[in-house]
Design a protein around this ligand. Sequence first.
Ligand code: IMP
Ligand code: MG
Length: 366
Amino acid sequence: MHHHASSLNTAVIGLQFGDEGKGQVVDRLTQSHEVVVRFNGGANAGHSVWIGSERFALHQLPSGILSPGKLCHIAYGCVVEPNGLMEEIEGLRRRGVEVGANLTISARAHVVLPRHVDEDGRRSGAIGTTGRGIGPCYADKAYRDQAVRVGDLFEPGIGGDFGKWAEALHPFVTEEEWPEDRRVLFEGAHAVLLDVDHGTYPFVTSSSCTGRAMPADRRVGVVKAYMSRVGEGPFPTEIGGTAAERLRAVGEEYGTTTGRPRRVGWLDLVALGHAVRAAGVTDIALTGIAVLQRLETFKVARAYRLDGRLTTRFPAQAAALGRAEPVIEDLADVDALINLIDTEVAPVRFVALGRSREELVERGTR
Ligand code: IMP
Ligand code: MG
């Protein structure tokens, strides 16, 4: 059998606080791959994909599920909440999207239990989690003795909710991960600044979001031309007042998972440089410029003032990041913004002019 080189595998990774528009980039790149794999997170993710004027919001399923003929896999490293997943599958089926032999779920993925959701509700306050039981489920995974994996649902003698879930998930569950001989797109959930190691700890999610462990040589980092954040934690370039209200309204910055209004601010090149290095990004996909064009304001931060000094380093400590004051600069236009990223961060390979599949344009190699 002919084996493709792993260099044909691609990872798509969010480089900010999530909601950079990964859904659109994944949807587009899916067309040149055969398999789409999710490798982290669970129902805390919210990926929007626009097909024509129809919006699909995906939480646990890979965005590739909207592309007929592509195999989608929920891999080890993910946490699966069976009730929500079944609802998501039924919701897509009602809209005419096929979900059957095109979906597989790893027996090694962990199961989010009701008690994880309860516990998340009791202790999520300071971090402002999505309340989906993510942290407690990953904690149980590390503890091991109380954890439940998808494969455990099929052990003899399991009853109650577990039996019901086993029946529902049975058609999808596999002990294999993705096929080695096909082109794979690794779809990152959340983003590098929410990564449990590289993010603004402890204001992060509980999974690895960089995709570094996945066998891809091309690593596409998705960057929004401005920034947003849901939940608590430092955000140096955050803006407030009427400017924030306007940006939030024009960008429609409300959470896909929780509906919360997102905090918004300008592009932060200090944080972006850190994220690019952490994820080993080779190409950038830039989204959100249509939003900035409607505001006619193009601002970026290229440095922080921290404890009396100018720095381009991204602090490891959330407290230090919280003290950092961004040095905000005006740019003449969107082209200046693209050039700045291109020359100082990484090559901008894709630019989203709008949010539909067709509006993501590929730029020539420079
Ligand atoms: P958790 O993942 O529910 O534990 O939430 C931890 C933090 O990550 C909170 O600030 C959430 O708002 C944020 N978060 C988790 N997943 C996403 C996402 O997919 N997009 C944006 N923010 C997220
Ligand atoms: Mg999202």
